[in-house]
Design a protein around this ligand. Structure first.
Ligand code: ADP
Length: 484
């Protein structure tokens, strides 16, 4: 039996991306096709999205949505079957998906993403001629109100799934917006959209969806605790039997070291020798010393408190004392940028930083670095360590969330058993990171052991295959329950 699903999110790679959410939303539909699930993906009509869709067909008109007329456009782009919410008064502006050019959140984000959810709910109710999805899958707070509209409309509705990609972003807004969002007063209860006296978009999705998923089993457990629950743990514990952790994958065609047009020299687990050329090219490009023996540690990340990169700043003296080099690609927190810029200035040839977002450099770093450092304080799944495994760069990671689930620590037992793929440290602090960096540098001095570690990592299945099956099973379960 095939299933029709609607996926709704605020970003989808490669049309619009600010983080891992886009990767997941872009990669899951093609992977689900193999599981006989047909997915249409609803995203906002930002300028960069409208520019990239061709032969779009208007399939529905909303006379008034979020304070203006809007349309749903159907289009195919980059292998995705898209529905694009064309609402110029909400989405046709410069800046990013969530913030203006000055970096501040758009003041009408509540209205913008409520409109996205409203459109998703309407599509879920069958307003598009000839198409009615059996499952609506909402991602993160921007899509959180979808389940609320479906609940309070009192119309026949599809099954609903809410996926949390990062519980830190919750979409909390003033209660006085309730009528403007088109929600009835009855929705403002703790069993509905009310969240600590405000309206909680993510909270509504978590409370009202039929199932909840998040992006790793360990994160699913962490968010049910007061330490990791960010205010939602009570609700999540209460609905724990409906919560599941499904690991993300990566697009193994986009991330394929044997056929990556962005890197200097293709390589594979069976033919690792060319990898050295990628390291040399990376060192040359970043102005690092041409030293094949120095362990090259790298970071590709948003620079934020979550990512724990202040701990890496603290640990740099140890990294350097071990003979290491460090390359960082990232942008975000100005204080972190300043800290890394100062470190690079103090250690030319040993530390290099590129501040910004650069997809092609991210590939070159994965192909050329010896290790990728991910010292996150919390990490729902994490994608950079999955890319690192596939590219033969050893992940050095905090033992939290998806990082704990995807990296096998090179402890003596795992090394002896031949299953180690990287290095984990816990608790998440600078001394423990330092000790992981020391362990990595020590293993790197043993080329044969290091190659084994690389091969183990490259053999790990980081594709979407098994996760797509888990989502398809979940959809099938829900559909079967409704038919029963
Ligand atoms: P998050 O979604 O919290 O930012 P993830 O690890 O889940 O973290 O996903 C981040 C994605 O964005 C990865 O695909 C990573 O390679 C990419 N990325 C992050 N920062 C940069 C950057 N500065 N340049 C290029 N790619 C980046």
């Amino acid at each position: 039996m095939s299933i029709e699903a609607l996926s709704v999110a605020s970003e989808a790679y490669p049309l619009v991306k600010t983080g891992g959410l886009a990767d997941v939303v872009g990669a899951l539909p093609p992977a689900l096709k193999a599981e006989r699930v047909a997915v249409r993906t609803l995203i906002p009509g930002y300028p960069q999205v409208l520019k990239r869709i061709r032969r779009a067909e208007a399939v529905h008109a909303f006379p008034a949505l979020g304070g203006g007329p809007a349309r749903l456009l159907a289009a195919r782009a980059q292998g995705l079957d898209l529905l694009v919410l064309d609402a110029p008064h909400l989405f046709d502006r410069g800046g990013g998906p969530y913030a203006g050019p000055d970096g501040g959140d758009w003041p009408d984000n509540s209205i913008r993403f409520a409109a996205l959810a409203r459109a998703a709910a309407s599509a879920g109710q069958g307003v598009l001629a000839g198409w009615r999805p059996e499952v609506v899958h909402a991602h993160d707070w921007q899509a959180g109100l979808t389940a609320a509209y479906l609940q309070y409309d009192r119309a026949p509705r599809p099954a609903t799934v809410m996926t949390v990609h990062n519980l830190a972003f919750q979409g909390q807004f003033d209660r006085r917006l309730l009528p403007r969002l088109g929600l009835p007063p009855a929705a403002f209860t703790s069993d509905g959209v009310e969240y600590y006296g405000d309206i909680g978009f993510l909270k509504a999705g978590l409370r009202l969806s039929d199932r909840i998923t998040t992006v790793s089993p360990t994160y699913a457990a962490e968010i049910c605790t007061p330490e990791g629950g960010m205010g939602m743990d009570g609700l999540l514990r209460g609905r724990g039997d409906l919560l599941r952790g499904v690991l993300n994958g990566i697009d193994v065609k986009v991330w394929d070291p044997a056929a990556d047009p962005l890197i200097e020299a293709p390589f594979s687990a069976d033919d690792l020798e060319p990898r050295a050329r990628n390291k040399a090219a990376l060192q040359a490009r970043l102005g690092l010393d041409a030293d094949p023996a120095a362990p090259l540690f790298a970071v590709v990340s948003r620079l934020s408190w979550q990512k724990g990169l202040d701990l890496l700043l603290e640990a740099l003296p140890v990294l350097l004392a071990e003979g290491g080099q460090m390359a960082l690609l990232g942008s975000g927190d100005p204080a972190l940028e300043a800290g890394f810029a100062a470190a690079a200035e103090a250690h030319p040839g040993r530390i290099a930083c590129v501040f910004g977002y650069d997809e092609s450099l991210a590939h070159r770093i994965q192909a050329g670095a010896d290790a990728i450092v991910v010292p996150s304080r919390f990490e729902p799944c994490g994608l950079t360590q999955l890319c690192a495994l596939r590219y033969g760069a050893a992940p050095v990671v905090a033992r939290v969330g998806g990082l704990a689930d995807t990296v096998v620590d090179a402890n003596p037992m795992a090394l002896a058993a031949g299953v180690a793929t990287g290095f984990q440290f816990a608790p998440v602090n600078a001394p423990m990171l330092e000790s992981a960096l020391r362990r990595a540098a020590a293993l790197h001095r043993d080329p044969e052991a290091w190659r084994r570690l690389q091969r183990n990592g490259m053999a790990a299945d980081v594709s979407w295959r098994s996760s797509a099956k888990a989502y398809a099973d979940l959809y099938r379960e829900l559909v079967a329950a409704r038919l029963a």
